[in-house]
Design a protein around this ligand. Structure first.
Ligand code: ATP
Ligand code: MG
Length: 438
């Protein structure tokens, strides 16, 4: 019984008093992406398990330990998406996007599911905003994708966040690098954690991602992938840096960044902040030139990023970033008596179709209780209607902040309320300007 009264560990409820913050953030994400031509794509929350197990990489933490996988009633192996790129690529091949005008630019916001140890900034259900650019091989595309993430973060007012970039090359340069890494870690094999001993055989680059202190200390002195790049990859990386310079972005090159998923090639990047504790990466992404072909499409260079929305909100909270307050109720209409209640319904519906947020009594309460409620929901104006008002077709509207009152005609409520409301708004504006003047 206790269980049905609690959300599952690692999941969050977003209550009405908080949801406006997420809406604010998500609106900026989608509208910023649109400035660069990225349009929303929506893909299912669950896919055939192979969509992830074969493409995210079977030596990654995500696939090895973190996926929510189950058999459905038809005996199919199903997985709740741990990220969206694989599903988006699956969909783009299935619906021929990659055979249409290239590049195809898509963006998404959606829930992701990973069986991880819940802690600050690490959940079992979390949400990602992300973009994918399919069919673009030039370094200009890498910079454009990075610029989208950067502009989202700066529009939101995030401070002190650093962009770190690296290149992990193509399968050709990586072969030599993997060999050098293997030799380096083999010489220190006794110090590696058990998981990394296994990684050493299967995918030594994963060791660079290990969070255990000993392994990460060893990793800091390991050979750097950037020293093993072939000429093409080197040239590409130089191009990315030049385009980032042209866009005015500051970045540091961090040879430690290899990213958690297998499908990356060449450019990888992260936006990292010291203001959110251990889970410091807010956004991670990169190029994945081999993935589309691996998933059955024509060879198509591509890249993208994923940004953790909860982690971003945590950062905004820690940095006390301002989020515009949810607009509260514009007007509370308090009817007294049955006839007044009908009038209140009529007036409310007129004003709501004019775009005002209006509340009226839906509980059959007396005047005192209604006013208490109006105060609680932060109504900007209140208006009482009883028999006198019904007869005179006039009512008093009260500004709850200043206490000012004005008489308005009920027959012409739309126009009159707009007048009073916008006058107050202008007064507020003048006050603010005067404040700045001081
Ligand atoms: P980490 O190193 O923190 O585990 P990751 O490399 O697994 O991150 P990605 O797969 O690149 O993360 O996902 C992109 C972004 O999604 C991360 O930068 C982060 O902001 C967010 N994210 C990833 N896992 C979680 C999680 N369990 N809870 C909340 N946000 C997450
Ligand atoms: Mg992870």
């Amino acid at each position: 019984m206790a269980e049905i009264n609690h959300a599952i560990k690692g999941t969050n409820d977003v209550l009405p008093k908080e949801s406006y913050k997420i809406q604010f953030v998500e609106n900026i994400m989608l509208s910023t992406a649109k400035l660069y031509g990225f349009r929303e794509i929506r893909v299912p929350v669950f896919e055939h398990t192979e969509v992830f197990s074969r493409n995210v990489g079977d030596t990654t933490d995500v696939v090895q330990k973190e996926m929510y996988t189950f058999d459905d009633k038809g005996g199919r192996s199903i997985t709740l998406r741990p990220e969206l790129t694989a599903g988006v690529v699956r969909s783009s091949i299935e619906h021929g996007l990659i055979y249409d005008a290239l590049p195809q630019k898509v963006c998404y916001i959606g829930g992701c599911y990973r069986y991880e140890k819940p802690q600050a900034g690490r959940l079992r259900e979390f949400h990602q905003f992300g973009i994918e650019c399919l069919g673009a091989s030039s370094p200009a595309a890498d910079a454009e994708v990075i610029c989208v993430a950067n502009q989202v973060l700066s529009t939101l007012g995030i401070k002190k966040i650093s962009l770190q970039i690296n290149s992990i090359g193509c399968p050709i340069c990586r072969k030599n690098y993997q060999q050098a890494l293997k030799e380096y870690f083999e010489a220190n094999i006794d110090e590696l954690c058990d998981t990394c001993k296994d990684r050493l055989q299967r995918n030594p680059m994963r060791i660079l991602d290990c969070k255990s202190p000993v392994c990460s200390k060893l990793a800091a002195n390991a050979p750097k992938v950037i020293d093993f790049l072939c000429d093409d990859c080197k040239e590409h990386f130089e191009g990315v840096k030049k385009h980032l310079d042209s866009a005015g972005l500051k970045y540091t090159i961090n040879p430690q960044i290899v990213r958690g998923l297998d499908y990356y090639t060449r450019t990888v990047f992260e936006f990292v902040s010291g203001d959110i504790g251990a889970q410091s990466t807010v956004c991670g992404g990169g190029r994945y030139d081999g993935l589309v072909e691996q998933m059955g499409g024509n060879p198509t260079p591509a890249l993208g990023f994923g940004m953790g929305i909860e982690r971003l909100l945590l950062l905004m909270e820690n940095q006390e970033t301002e989020i515009p307050d949810d607009t509260t109720c514009d007007l509370y209409i308090a009817p007294m008596g049955e006839n007044a209640a009908y009038e209140a319904t009529k007036l409310s519906s007129i004003l709501r179709s004019d775009g005002f947020e209006v509340a009226t009594d839906v509980c059959g309460r007396g005047l005192k209780a209604q006013m208490k409620y109006a105060d609680k929901i932060g109504a900007k104006f209140t208006m009482v209607i009883g028999d006198n008002e019904l007869e005179s077709k006039k009512a008093i509207i009260k500004n709850m902040k200043t206490g000012d009152t004005a008489e308005i005609s009920l027959d012409n409520i739309g126009d009159e309320f707009i007048k009073t409301f916008s006058q107050t708004y202008l007064d507020n504006l003048t006050d603010t300007v005067m404040d700045f003047g001081n």
